[in-house]
Design a protein around this ligand. Structure first.
Ligand code: F6P
Length: 323
């Protein structure tokens, strides 16, 4: 078995609260095992341009509580080209990187898989995205923080909605998936949750809100996943058809920032330890994750080819509870 000496770390794609906690834990666990750690900057761009800094246990001090990523991140279209991938391979070889820990979402994992087919460096993916849409893990780093951020904001919106007897359409992030909208909607007691995985006719939404109004419930919260699109039109139709006052609130990028919750930090720590251990055992091209409460790993190939299912029973439960 090849002796692991140097490990690279990179955060790619959209940032997620807890990425810093993961960088810190990877660095400290790896250093404790006598490995050298290089942190590549600005996502894949750092591999394309050979831009990195040496990470030391002291150098990652004071970041566990910080949102964002100290290594920065970027969307990097060039990395998707053969030329870009070859530049990254060159950087990995130049710096004798035996293992690369890729902290990000499913797009980042696809990048790691592409790289793994072109070099000897062993890739390990750590799932970190506010969307929670990575196959093979029940939860991703950052999801819990974002859920809490959105819930805090929507609780405030509920106060003004009740005071004015208005209906609020609140758009949350999630890309093409509804994990965020579902968990947020359920935990704020939304009257309606709209997710891309479960098409809901607008006429049904209108009917539910009218029925609520007849029952004396004049205010309402509709949580819509950004993947459903057209929130402005949805708001207009609801206002016209229900006769209620409707307001639209797009929570936006505030959802991606902020200090990670204890849960996001804990996942970051446990995933990081697992990632370094896998590399030290000589394993590579795997994605770590949480399954039924256990930290585990699956092949990157499997992680990137699967589609994580949304628990639609929870939508029914949310409906039942929103009476
Ligand atoms: O994947 C995380 C995420 O915040 C999505 O929820 C959102 O659709 C997307 O990133 C926004 O990407 P960008 O930062 O490139 O605008």
């Amino acid at each position: 078995m090849m002796q692991m000496k140097t490990v690279g770390v990179v955060t790619t794609g959209g940032d997620a609260p807890g990425m810093n906690a993961a960088i810190r834990a990877v660095t400290r666990v790896a250093t404790a095992k006598s490995l050298q750690v290089l942190g590549f900057e600005r996502g894949w761009e750092g591999l394309l341009t050979n831009t990195f800094r040496h990470l030391t246990p002291r150098g990652v001090g004071g970041i566990i509580q910080l949102g964002g990523t100290m290594l920065h991140t970027a969307r990097c279209p060039e990395f998707k080209t053969e030329e870009g991938l070859q530049k990254a391979v060159h950087t990995l070889n130049l710096n004798k990187i035996d293992g690369l820990v890729v902290i990000g979402g499913d797009g980042s994992f696809r990048g790691a898989l592409d790289l793994s087919k072109r070099c000897e460096t062993k890739m390990i993916g750590i799932p970190a995205t506010i969307d929670n849409d990575v196959y093979g893990t029940d939860e991703t780093i950052g999801f819990d923080t974002t859920v809490n951020t959105a819930v805090t904001e929507i609780d405030k919106i509920r106060d003004t909605a009740i005071s004015h007897e208005r209906i609020f359409i609140v758009e949350v992030m999630g890309r093409q998936r509804g994990f965020l909208a579902l968990t947020v909607g359920l935990t704020v007691g939304a009257e309606i949750i709209l997710v891309p995985e479960d098409h809901c006719e607008l006429s049904e939404v209108v009917e539910t809100l009218k029925e609520n109004s007849r029952k004396g419930k004049k205010a309402g919260i509709v949580v819509a996943a950004e993947g459903c699109g057209k929130v402005i039109e949805i708001a207009q139709v609801i206002e016209e058809e229900t006769g209620s006052e409707v307001r639209l609130s797009i929570l936006g990028y505030a959802q991606r920032g902020g200090s990670p919750t204890a849960r996001s930090r804990l996942l970051a720590i446990l995933f990081a330890e697992k990632a370094v251990n896998l590399l030290c055992e000589g394993q590579g091209n795997r994605a770590v994750g949480l399954r039924n409460g256990e930290v585990t790993s699956i092949a990157l190939e499997e992680s990137t080819s699967g589609t994580k299912p949304l628990n639609k029973n929870l939508l029914k439960l949310a409906d039942m509870l929103a009476t």
